[in-house]
Design a protein around this ligand. Structure first.
Ligand SMILES: *Cc1c(COP(=O)(O)O)cnc(C)c1O
Length: 361
């Protein structure tokens, strides 16, 4: 591999496309004749305004975001959205959440501090290894929204079909699958994604929110926590995460030039198939998620013992495959293979695991 880089299977921050990193390197000392690095630039300058405008435009093109949706770049990561969502969207003080893993659980805990949470479906009974049937949920008439985590980064489950919200708005945490496949934005009231999983550097979230959901009657809410503040100021109420916006903008353009999200989906399906085919044929390793709900991005897998799991993690690391240890809450192993992970990385890891299995069984 060029630059002696490792195949990095981290769940996030995670790999970025190499051509993007090279472009960033080339612009590091003097961004396009401005005489400065983007890190050093005033966010109120013309040159920076162009960067943020282009980033938004490229994201809109990429996802086909309708004009009645705002795109916001907000700090505080995806985690702050666990609070901002109920604070801004609970008008009746009630929301439906679907519990499918660690990240929806965290969102539920925060929402409970703000209002009433109805957990209408959960896969807790089987340790979050599947997506519950949400075609006919009991949804209270006065619920303000239905909330899902569309790809559970830790448990490795993903929604192949959105829940039937019975006319209520859908709010989705897409952090670990953002831009991995086409997305029909109009199906949602709000989509958000922490960018350090599948797009860029940590410390920022992209919020895509339908305009009519942005309220101006929340004046008691701290100003920074109101979507209106960020929408009115073009994501520049205060100094934004200029660097992350710049890097994400480059990734948006890169994905557009590759052919967009349909192409990404095809690449991601091909790549994940290599890994799942291996798991399904292995005697030593097995995937933990039911096949129909498997994530294309995060693949948890196990041997039959924690000791063996740890030995495999150590062996992969020594061989140059980094960050395969499963999250501490579930153990085992996990390969995160986001957009920027090349297929060769997955193939090389699979070859390594096959050899490991042959030598150790
Ligand atoms: C990582 C992650 C978060 C939290 O992101 P931060 O930016 O660290 O706050 C939330 N939801 C999902 C699905 C994630 O993968």
């Amino acid at each position: 591999m060029k630059y002696d880089r490792t195949f990095n299977f981290s769940a996030g921050p995670a790999m970025m496309p190499e051509p993007v990193l090279e472009e960033i390197r080339d612009e590091m000392m003097n961004y396009r004749g401005s005489g400065m690095c983007v890190m050093e630039m005033s966010h109120r300058s013309k040159v920076y305004q162009q960067i943020i405008d282009d980033a938004e435009k490229d994201l809109r093109d990429l996802m086909g975001i309708p004009d009645n949706y705002k795109v916001l770049f907000i700090q505080g990561g995806a985690t702050l959205q666990f609070s901002m969502i109920p604070m801004n969207l609970m008008k009746n003080g009630k929301a439906v959440y679907i519990e499918t893993g660690a990240w929806s659980k965290k969102a539920i805990a925060e929402a409970k501090k703000v209002g009433e949470v109805v957990v209408a479906a959960s896969s807790k009974d089987k340790n979050y290894t599947y997506i519950p049937d949400c075609s006919d949920l009991d949804i209270p008439e006065d619920t303000d929204y239905v909330y899902i985590c569309e790809n559970e980064t830790i448990h490795g489950v993903t929604w192949s079909k959105l829940p039937n919200t019975k006319g209520h708005i859908l709010v989705s945490d897409q952090s670990s699958m953002f831009l991995s496949r086409p997305c029909n934005v109009s199906d949602y009231g709000m989509i958000y994604a922490g960018v350090q999983k599948n797009v860029g550097p940590a410390g920022m979230v992209v919020v895509i929110i339908r305009e009519d959901l942005i309220r101006d009657d929340l004046t008691d809410l701290p100003i920074y926590l109101q979507y209106k503040t960020h929408a009115d100021a073009g994501s520049m109420y205060n100094t934004p995460n200029c660097w992350a916006i710049y890097c994400c903008g480059k990734v948006f353009k890169y994905l557009k030039n590759l052919g967009g999200l349909e192409v990404m989906q095809k690449m991601n399906e091909d790549k994940a198939k290599v890994f799942y085919d291996f798991l399904d044929s292995s005697k030593m390793f097995k995937g933990t998620v039911v096949p129909s709900d498997r994530s294309l991005m995060n693949i948890p897998f196990v041997t039959d013992s924690a000791e063996k799991d740890a030995a495999v993690v150590a062996a992969t690391k020594a061989a140059g495959y980094d960050n395969l240890k499963g999250h501490k809450s579930v153990g085992g192993l996990r390969a995160s293979i986001y957009n920027a992970m090349p297929k060769e990385g997955v193939e090389a890891l699979v070859e390594f695991l096959k050899k490991y299995e042959a030598e150790n069984s």
